[in-house]
Design a protein around this ligand. Sequence first.
Ligand SMILES: Cc1ncc(C[n+]2csc(CCOP(=O)(O)OP(=O)(O)O)c2C)c(N)n1
Ligand SMILES: [Mg+2]
Length: 349
Amino acid sequence: MSTAKPRKKGEPVRADAKADANASDRTSAATNRELLYSMLLQRRFEERVAEMYAIGRIGGFCHLYIGQEAISTGVMSLLRADDYIITTYRDHGQALARGMTPRAAMAELFGRQDGCAKGKGGSMHMFDKQLGFLGGHGIVGGHIPIAAGVGFAIKYRGGDQVIVCFMGEAAVNNGAFHEALNMASLWKLPCLFIIENNRYGMGTALERASAIHDIYKRGASYDMPRDVVDGQDVHAVRKATEEAIDRARKDGTPTLLEIRTYRFMGHSMSDAVSGTYRTKEELEQYLKRDPIALHRQRMEEDGEISPADVAAMDDEIKKIVQDSIDFAEQSPELPLEALMEDILVETTS
Ligand SMILES: Cc1ncc(C[n+]2csc(CCOP(=O)(O)OP(=O)(O)O)c2C)c(N)n1
Ligand SMILES: [Mg+2]
């Protein structure tokens, strides 16, 4: 039986768990371990974020991703280092899955200068150019046309990268969604539009806001390949993502994926977990399909990991997360003079 892989403190979680090509159907034990590690890191990181928020170490808005980790992990595990990602304010898990260090992410949350955006962005604006991680955007739907723009830039330069654009299901009733998907299809831009359908936009259920409940069907309006995916199953996410990436790299065909999931926490740190717009019973039903527990259970059944292995991995991750908190605590705030820096990029052409 294999043991948890030792990692250095603060080492980024490996983004490209590609031990095997076309891995979605026959994922190796090594890859499964990477997937478990990535999901567990996000979970433990955010549990501590909630704690740090409650004691006032983290300010501003803060939206947790707990329950949706199979999506970030599944998608990122198939991306290349030169691909791009753009997302919403629910971005901590995706940043970690892409390989941002817990230290850089936690320091950003604390508003400190060692954060990925020097503490100027905070929870909703994780950003890292080196990782191709283009934010962290707070305006619902506002980043979707930017994704189409990145897709256009890739095509214009003759590259074969892809841009993955994550959004919530509430974004699809915004005009920006329609405009961007139409252009992406018309111009054959290598975009992968991923709707993380967690059923609610703040306190509003999808059924109360959208005329179409099977959101993936909207892809038909743009003649775009489309699919609906179980977002609690990391392998299902990988399979659909792999097909979409292949299409995008081959000839720039964009794809719309509706990945069905559920957020286990409130909309943000100031929202009740249940009892207002959704019932405790509903939440309990969904908790039974925790993506981490499902993946772990399958690995245990297949003899790929033992409970002791998982415990060792968990301990190691908890230490790494604690280290990120210690690091963020001692990282200084930016001096006031730095406030006006990083606002305009000087270009030569
Ligand atoms: C254009 C715009 N309208 C309203 C808001 C307020 N708002 C913030 S999050 C949110 C809900 C979005 O839900 P969804 O897209 O499903 O993403 P989720 O929070 O579920 O991940 C709303 C309405 C906003 N940020 N931007
Ligand atoms: Mg939602």
